[in-house]
Design a protein around this ligand. Structure first.
Ligand SMILES: Cc1ncc(COP(=O)(O)O)c(C=O)c1O
Length: 420
């Protein structure tokens, strides 16, 4: 790096490319406000805030199922609840094993031990946050009862390959589409490959049912009916009239108020996705000449919905390490996270210390569990992703100026740290 280049960097006292904050996401607006106001007029007139399968929730579920090409959907209170309910709906045995990819939200994995089952962490495929068929196959045992496939960052996992392995062993699959609304694999929308799928619709997701929410989706009517019971304390929905609550669960119902917002958001989703894809296309094009870092390009069979942007850093092509490169990007005005460490819940304290049921160490410590309770999951491919990638949050409200600024920031920093 020359003296001029060093001082030009904002990290060394130069002027940043961008000194104003990036715009806030503008996905909630006048349409949601009008819909909520109209709903409240009805609430005031009727004196009822509907909490159980009201007209709005029923409509939202039907529209969501339509968006996925038919089938059945049940709106729940969060993405974590959706995973919990999907697992419960499959009626799995306690102390069985559930295989799951290495990157997910804690809420995407905690429902496994909370239901007395053992999470088995499959590595990601090389160069990806997502797990794949080979990595899953390595963990399959007679104890395996289900597989959860998180599609991370909006990018579809090799769900076709995973389904083939799962079908071979007759193991049900839950797709976790919390980060991948509307993403497609070979033209087919995610959520429709597995036996059942779970979505988070909290406010940061592509489309949102207000501040929190989730959706459980399946094409199997019987599974849907069980899911409805599991989302509502085992109430005897779809059972004989004199039946009583059929199984223990919790109340994960979504409200009509949330569903009002969800419906408007769902209508906006195709445009949001189109805008995200356009922005990423421009960013990839604008940074294609950079050698030391690259925005992730997906395979042709994949249509990502881009929840955040994974960026690779190649240390052998730079005069600095990833930390310095990222610090420098930040100093130029780019918001980023250094790695996706927070997305590996099996390295968090609760998992390491087996903190699920007091100090018992259950479900791992139970004599009922016949596998190795101390099994380690090193996940070398996932570790390599942490070491080699950083993540840039973004959203569909970015305009041309934001795109141009990002491209300028990457060029400025990459030029300063280029090997001569
Ligand atoms: C992959 C994944 N699964 C599950 C969840 C949990 O969703 P929620 O935060 O709505 O409970 C999230 C949330 O970010 C997620 O990213």
């Amino acid at each position: 790096m020359t003296a001029n280049e060093r001082t030009a960097l904002a990290l060394h006292g130069g002027s940043p490319v961008r000194d104003t904050p990036f715009p806030p996401r503008a996905h909630i607006g006048a349409e949601e406000k009008a819909a909520v106001n109209a709903y409240f007029e009805q609430v005031i007139a009727s004196g009822t805030l509907n909490a159980y399968q009201g007209a709005e929730e029923t409509a939202y579920c039907a529209q969501f199922a339509d968006y996925l090409g038919g089938g059945y959907a049940d709106a729940v209170s969060s993405g974590s609840a959706a995973i919990y309910v999907a697992l419960k709906a499959l009626q799995l045995e306690a102390f069985s094993e559930v295989i799951i990819g290495p990157f997910t939200d804690p809420g995407g994995i905690m429902p496994i031990p909370l239901q007395n089952m053992i999470p088995m962490i499959a590595d990601s495929t090389p160069g990806s946050y997502n797990t794949g068929p080979e990595q899953i196959a390595e963990l399959i045992s007679p104890r395996t009862s289900a597989i959860i496939v998180p599609h991370i960052a909006g990018e579809p996992a090799d769900i076709e390959g995973i389904m083939a392995v799962a079908r071979q062993h007759d193991i049900p699959v839950i797709e976790d589409c919390a980060q991948a609304h509307g993403a497609k694999y070979k033209g087919q929308i995610l959520g429709t490959f597995g036996d059942i799928s779970a979505f988070s619709t909290m406010t940061g997701k592509h489309h949102s049912s207000g501040a929190q929410g989730g959706m459980v989706y399946t094409q199997d009517e019987a599974l849907y009916q069980t899911a409805r019971r599991m989302a509502d304390r085992g109430k005897p929905h779809f059972l004989a009239e004199d039946a009583t609550n059929a199984q223990a669960s919790l109340n994960f119902n979504q409200t009509d108020l949330a569903a009002v917002i969800g419906q408007v958001q769902l209508r906006k989703l195709p445009d949001m996705l189109e805008r995200r894809r356009a922005i990423v296309g421009q960013l990839i094009e604008g940074t294609a000449d950079l050698e030391m870092s690259a925005l992730r390009q997906t395979a042709p069979e994949i249509e990502s919905s881009y929840w955040f942007l994974p960026v690779a850093f190649y240390p052998q092509r730079a005069t600095c390490d990833k930390e310095t490169f990222c610090e420098s990007l930040r100093a130029e005005g780019l918001s980023l996270s250094l790695d996706y460490r927070t997305g590996m819940p099996h390295r968090q304290e609760w998992f390491i210390e087996r903190r699920v049921f007091g100090n018992s160490g259950y479900p791992w410590a139970s004599p009922e569990y016949k596998g190795d309770p101390d099994r380690d999951f090193p996940c070398p491919n996932a570790q390599a992703m942490l070491d080699s990638h950083f993540n840039v949050p973004f959203h569909e409200s970015w305009g041309m100026r934001e795109v141009d600024d990002i491209i300028a920031i990457f060029h400025k920093v990459a030029t300063a740290y280029a090997r001569s």
